[in-house]
Design a binder for this molecule. Structure first.
Ligand SMILES: [Ca+2]
Ligand SMILES: [Ca+2]
Length: 105
């Protein structure tokens, strides 16, 4: 029961990561949305938070290049693309590619 949902959520997440931020904004369901879309959003966010926190070794709320490299070769490869404000770190919003999912809510 749990597994297929996780797979769907993961593939949605992968799709979102491939979309540009502008495209993503229009397809990201809000976390407080009711029903299946909201459930998927909440699940996907939960998984993204877990990955982000696992990667954020020094717990400063952002990923340095080193942290990204240790967490995921894919993330490291796309670091500069994801770091949209070019401050040398990937913030939570940059990590998920949009600002609809406040990390700590
Ligand atoms: Ca960090
Ligand atoms: Ca940044």
């Amino acid at each position: 029961m749990k597994q297929p949902t996780a797979i769907v959520a993961a593939s949605i997440l992968a799709t979102l990561f491939c979309a540009t931020a502008a495209q993503a904004q229009s397809v990201i369901p809000k976390l407080d949305q009711e029903g299946r879309k909201g459930d998927m959003a909440r699940l996907a966010k939960e998984q993204a938070v877990a990955k982000f926190d696992a990667a954020d070794a020094d717990k400063d709320g952002k990923l340095s290049k080193d942290e990204a490299a240790k967490a995921s070769p894919y993330l490291a490869e796309n670091f500069d693309k994801r770091d949209s404000n070019k401050d040398g770190f990937i913030s939570w919003e940059e990590y998920v590619g949009h600002d609809r999912w406040p990390k700590d809510k």
